[in-house]
Write a protein that binds this ligand. Sequence first.
Ligand SMILES: Cc1cc2nc3c(=O)[nH]c(=O)nc-3n(C[C@H](O)[C@H](O)[C@H](O)COP(=O)(O)O)c2cc1C
Length: 472
Amino acid sequence: MRDDVPSIRPEALGDPGFLSDHGLRLAYAAGGMVKGISSRPLVERMARARLLAYFGAGGLNADAVEAAVASLSRALGPDSPWGVNFLHNFVLPAAEEQVVDILLRHDVRRIEASAFIMPTPALARYRITGLAAGPGGSVLRRHRVLAKLSRSEVARGFLAPVEPEIVAGLLARGAISEEQARLAERVPLADDIVVEADSGGHTDKRVALALLPAIRRLRDAAASGFPPAARVRVGLAGGIGAPEAVAAAFVLGADFVMTGSINQATVEAGTSDTVKDMLQAAGPQDCEMAPAGDMFEIGTRIQVLRRGTLFAARGNRLYELYRRLPSLDALEPAERRDIETRFTGRPLEAVWAETAAHYAAVAPAELAEAEANPKKKMAMVFRWYFIHTNRLALDGDPAHKSNFQIHCGPAMAACNAWLRGTMMESWRARHVDVLADRLMQDAASHLQERLSLWTRQGDAGAPARAAIGAER
Ligand SMILES: Cc1cc2nc3c(=O)[nH]c(=O)nc-3n(C[C@H](O)[C@H](O)[C@H](O)COP(=O)(O)O)c2cc1C
């Protein structure tokens, strides 16, 4: 290594404001993973290492979210670097409000807002109830919002203040004070944006190399009309599983990086050992797109592990049948038998009975609609399969492997290849914070090596270039 190449330390990668605002050692975050896969132990371990992580509250009922949040809050206190994943609920806005009540009750200072198309009153309430007047006319932001997105139109909403009509609504119902309503005009909705490219789970598979520069420019353009937007940091997620990818993200201009898939194959992740074994064996061709159970009817898709399971093929088949047929009664008998024996493992009547009982308790209007509309009933029966396969993966009984639904992106294979032949080859030796440290350390070394190489090549090439110049 040459002496005149400045040394690059992992702590120097990314934006210093990201580190100081969140109390971190490294500009790195572990994204929330549904149903507590980003578990309490995972979040706790990261926070104790002064690394940021979000609890995977999506898909859990309010009691489970409250229990986890209360326990994290007791163990870590409000100032440690941890937060909660806050998923947009486009069917039940009341569910978002319920999560905000939990966050406020336990003084949670950070959320990772995702799946939002536009800001909702619940999201705005969380943000604005954290605002206070600070010294010298500044605005203190006790509730930090990190927005996860992959579209420019969504980014715009987070780079601007909350819309006046939403603020007025919150004020009218006494959810925020007059002062907070005024302060809300002076801050963008988000402190941080994470641009999510080709990731595990819900993804529209955007290309990081193209998307990050575009959203950074959008942020700069927003700041020309609303200067506080200049402070919104833009990080990158999706496909990050090897140190070279971390290095590339920072060279692209990312203020921080976020990982997801790779944290699922760590000791702390809240999924089964069988799933972790399968993830550890994943290679570059082992991911595939499948329908998303939560937005089945509108054709939303997720990226999942293909190797060792038939979930993607089966999910795609159910979606194709849903598109083509008017009702369950239109299923060919052989097709129906196949679904009942290999997919659901029980008669479709039994699936419907269970589904109907659930909706009778939580959303009777939905049930009534399905009883009158056979296509909707078919969607609800098929959606059951997606809940079921999620549970099977979390439970981890190898006998049900063929139906495991495992959200995973290509980052997993990159991570496996990087760690092959090292002490961390087995997931049993992968701890989420150590993985983060190794990735950042090796990314810094990688950058240093490249810089040193290019500098040497520059020196070696100088006489040749001078000669070419002289010829011309
Ligand atoms: C198993 C799994 C579950 C996930 N669940 C959620 C979730 O509930 N909410 C969310 O915002 N992101 C979720 N994500 C996305 C991650 O937080 C993160 O943004 C993404 O995985 C980063 O891309 P990568 O998988 O390529 O590392 C999930 C990802 C995985 C792999």
